[in-house]
Design a protein around this ligand. Structure first.
Ligand code: F6P
Length: 335
């Protein structure tokens, strides 16, 4: 192995820089040249790249975002785009490509696999935690900590005004973020893909309203509804408006949005990224290809890229139950 390529793709995630650093340092150890492509697959298609050496990755382990930039790349959905990417890999004599990203990015690798003989290694980098074959993705732990910190602040002001708040969290189509954050913040409601169907919105509103009324007759008068994005008909604002206009409930809305993607990675993400980055080079050296490396029960494991994108990782089913139990206990205590 003489030369590898690396890129970050899709939604950036805190810890991507730590992963790039680990890959570059480990590659250098084995005298492997490392080429970084910019702006995800766009940089591969357009041959926008630069050689990465140890000095390129100095002082980046603690930084959010990605020094290689990221992007979504619609061209990779067409055969022409994929072939352009493959041409670049061949022209630049890349032996292995390491992609840090989520399921869309891995689908890009699966497309490249059809036309290229080189090795393909994926590292799970997304705040959504929606990849199979790893307990946690790089960026998830930081994202939930960021959201928790923000919601704790919302709780303070909600308490001061005895207000209801709907807080919308990211996660695309999975509730890992919503459930972990909701439970950690003691949210009175968590509405996510795992426990709610959009067809039942009216029923849910009635349930929420009676719960709020019950709650407000007790000591704790603020009430937080954590809502997963892309779920409630017309979004968080519409739920909030309905509570306000139809039921005269003083209700605020906060869409946390991209704040969840930024910030310095927490220890857990730096360590995961570093372990997986080193493992990626080790996998390349023993000839592995078309795999994603992840961590399961503290062991580094590999899964096929295909298996990684199946979306079968049970979204916190135990957390769904835990949340219900906590609410039931809280209700008992109030009685
Ligand atoms: O996949 C990460 C993520 O932040 C999702 O949680 C969210 O739905 C999406 O990316 C937002 O993407 P963009 O930044 O392209 O709007």
């Amino acid at each position: 192995i003489r030369r590898i390529g690396i890129l970050t793709s899709g939604g950036d995630a805190p810890g991507m820089n730590a992963a790039i650093r680990a890959v570059v340092l480990a590659a250098h150890q084995y005298s492997i040249e490392c080429i970084g492509f910019f702006h995800g697959y766009n940089g591969l298609i357009n041959q926008e790249y630069r050689l990465l050496d140890n000095s390129s990755v100095k002082d980046i382990i603690h930084k959010g975002g990605t020094i290689l930039k990221s992007a979504r790349c619609p061209e990779m959905l067409s055969e022409t785009g994929v072939k352009q990417a493959v041409n670049s890999l061949i022209k630049l004599q890349i032996d292995a490509l390491i992609v840090i990203g989520g399921d869309g990015s891995f689908n890009g690798m699966l497309a490249i696999e059809q036309h290229w003989q080189g090795q393909l290694i994926g590292l799970p980098g997304t705040i959504d935690n929606d990849l199979d074959g790893t307990d946690f993705t790089i960026g998830f732990s930081t994202a939930i900590n960021t959201a928790i910190e923000a919601i704790d602040k919302i709780r303070d002001t909600a308490d001061a005004f005895d207000r209801v708040f709907v807080v919308e969290l990211m996660g695309r189509h999975s509730g890992h973020i919503a459930f972990n954050v909701g439970i950690a913040c003691g949210a009175e409601q968590i509405i996510s893909f795992e426990n709610f169907n959009a067809n039942d919105a009216n029923k849910k509103v009635n349930e929420i309203v009676s719960d709020i009324k019950h709650h407000q007759s007790q000591d704790h008068q603020s009430y937080l509804i954590v809502l997963a994005e892309n779920l409630w008909p017309n979004g968080a604002q519409s739920l909030s408006e309905q509570l306000k206009l139809q039921y005269s409930i003083d209700c605020g809305t906060c869409i946390l949005g991209h704040i969840q993607r930024g910030g310095s990675p927490v220890a857990k993400d730096r360590l995961l990224a570093t372990k997986l980055g080193v493992a990626a080079i080790e996998a390349v050296l023993v000839g592995k290809t078309s795999i994603m490396l992840g961590e399961l029960k503290t062991e580094i494991e590999e899964v096929t890229l295909n298996d990684a994108v199946q979306h079968t990782k049970i979204v916190a089913e135990n957390l769904v139950v835990a949340h219900e139990n906590i609410l039931a206990l809280a209700a008992q205590n109030k009685r």
